[in-house]
Design a protein around this ligand. Structure first.
Ligand code: HEC
Length: 482
């Protein structure tokens, strides 16, 4: 097992480069290069980077699914692959622009700007880094896409691989495959996603898995977000029960949501994304997608859920008007539920999730369509909640935690979120219900999928391609332990 201790400094940003916008701030247009006039570099940045990454080189270096000849590229850009979550751009670009973009990708540079451990130096000048020296320790490498992390009482790590495996990494750094994992549809954004423990895990050994469940065995035609409750015993999942299946199943393969957290009230909260159908689902209480739900630990419906008495409403709905929440956490002091979610192009949000409230998607938003057209000019409306923070451009937030440990005193109470798009760890400074500052950590570390506090008080992050789990150690700790 790799156990390389890499000492690095803490990365920071003095300016925030337009990453952070507060709802009260005036909305300015962050999209230079209006549709129809830009060069391919500009077009890639404005129309493709939010999903395929800032670096065209990194995009080119991907594992290709549909072919890399010019014809396939042209087809992908014009028509898209709607069921995979790839929008079509035929109404956005001129033919010349499409051809230039195809050439640009085709001739794509090969040099990846990967996170460079060796050359990064210590930076202690930002509010986030002041006086802190963080060491990034590789807990395990060689993975593909470690999606969800959970910690057993003895601090063994349970983690999911998106493709459909669940592992336990023991303290001796031995990897154990957990058997009995449900079949998933791993296409697109689907797969085996979050994993959490029951609040009384010590007594009952119960865990929860969220995943993209195919409707029929070995048939990927339609799938949905589902939650499995099971007992973990001898590295097996026994006494399994599917306690939630979002209605309806759909043929799209994105926006599953799927982050889970237990509240202090003992209820299980979890997200279901809009499944790519924002016109139908998020504002309609008859459907599960585009919502945060709340259930009892056994899957039954709490009698005090907000819509249990609303005709035709799905009774598990706790809040609605969400797009694709990939972060859901409990505030360590107040017990409040906080979340973040992906906006379209711009408009990722951090929200305080409250019972029965409407978070506005897609009626109010700070984002625009991927193809540059607008779908709303409203960022507020009576009866709709505004975010505590929004990001323009989108960072693609995944994984979320409040820092709550004496090992990082200066960070306590702040929110950490992974950025899939920019490949860094984002820190949001929190004061009460306000996010007052932001910092960028570990720039270019990789598509950052999950971030959690371990039982040992350390922060753990997981990144994709190559899949790696890191532990963030502080210098002081290293000195103290031989
Ligand atoms: C909303 C997110 C999103 C945006 C924006 C987007 N794509 Fe995609 N794209 C996807 C997804 C999802 C796929 C499906 C393949 C996959 O799962 O990676 C895809 C697939 C592709 C493919 C086929 C890749 C393959 O594996 O064969 C090409 C080429 C492509 N996109 C180019 C572009 C270009 C060029 C732009 C900008 C004009 C763009 N995309 C914008 C999400 C996006």
């Amino acid at each position: 097992m790799t156990k390389i201790l890499i000492i690095i400094g803490l990365f920071f940003s003095l300016g925030i480069f337009g990453v952070m916008q507060f709802p009260s701030a005036k909305y300015t247009d962050h999209y230079p290069g209006d549709p129809g006039v830009a060069d391919p570099v500009e077009n890639y940045k404005n129309y493709c980077a939010s999903c395929h990454g800032e670096l065209m080189e990194a995009f080119v270096d991907r594992k290709w699914k549909y072919g890399t000849d010019k014809k396939s590229l042209t087809h992908a850009i014009n028509t898209g692959y709607p069921n995979d979550g790839m929008p079509g751009f035929d109404t956005t670009f001129t033919e010349t622009e499409v051809n230039e973009l195809v050439d640009y990708i085709y001739d794509g540079l090969k040099n990846l700007n990967r996170f460079d451990f060796a050359s990064q130096t210590k930076q202690e000048t930002s509010w986030a880094g002041n006086g802190m020296n963080i060491q990034l320790e590789t807990v395990i490498g060689g993975l593909k896409s470690p999606w969800g992390l959970a910690f057993l009482p003895n601090n063994d790590i349970l983690f999911t691989e998106k493709a459909g495996q669940l592992y336990r990494l023991s303290k001796q750094n031995k990897l154990h495959n957990i058997s009995g994992v449900p079949e998933v549809n791993p296409d697109g954004q689907g797969g085996l996603m979050d994993v959490i423990l029951h609040p009384e895990y010590r007594k009952n050994k119960v865990i929860y898995l969220s995943y993209s469940k195919p409707k029929k065995e070995n048939d990927k035609t339609v799938s949905t977000t589902a939650i499995l409750r099971a007992v973990l015993e001898n590295d097996q999942l026994i006494r399994q029960k599917i306690i939630f299946e979002a209605y309806p199943y759909t043929s799209t393969r994105h926006h599953y949501g799927s982050r889970m957290v237990f509240g202090d009230d003992g209820y299980l909260y979890f997200s279901v994304g809009d499944r790519g159908n924002h016109n139908q689902y998020p504002q309609d209480l008859q459907y599960d997608p585009g919502k945060i739900h709340r259930i009892n630990e056994d899957g039954s419906v709490p009698s005090d859920n907000p819509f249990v008495n609303t005709e035709n409403a799905r009774p598990t709905i706790f809040s609605f008007g969400h797009r694709n929440p990939q972060g859901l956490v409990k505030h360590p002091e107040t017990g409040e539920i906080w979340s973040h979610e992906h906006g379209p192009r711009g408009g990722d949000e951090i929200n305080l999730v409250q019972k029965g409230k409407n978070y506005g998607w897609p009626v109010i938003s700070y984002g625009i369509n991927y193809n540059g057209t607008t779908f709303t000019d409203k960022t507020s409306m009576p009866g709709m909640e505004e975010p505590l923070l929004y990001w323009v451009p989108s960072i693609g937030p995944s994984g979320m935690t409040f820092v709550n440990s004496n090992k990082y005193k200066k960070w306590n109470g702040n929110i950490l979120s992974g950025s899939l798009r920019f490949k860094y760890l984002n820190m949001s400074k929190v004061e009460g219900h306000k996010v007052t500052d932001e910092a960028i950590l570990f720039e270019n570390i990789g598509r950052l999928r999950d971030v959690k506090m371990g039982n040992d008080g350390y922060i753990y992050i997981s990144v994709e391609n190559p899949g790696t789990i890191y532990r963030l150690k502080t210098k002081e700790i290293k000195k103290a332990s031989p």
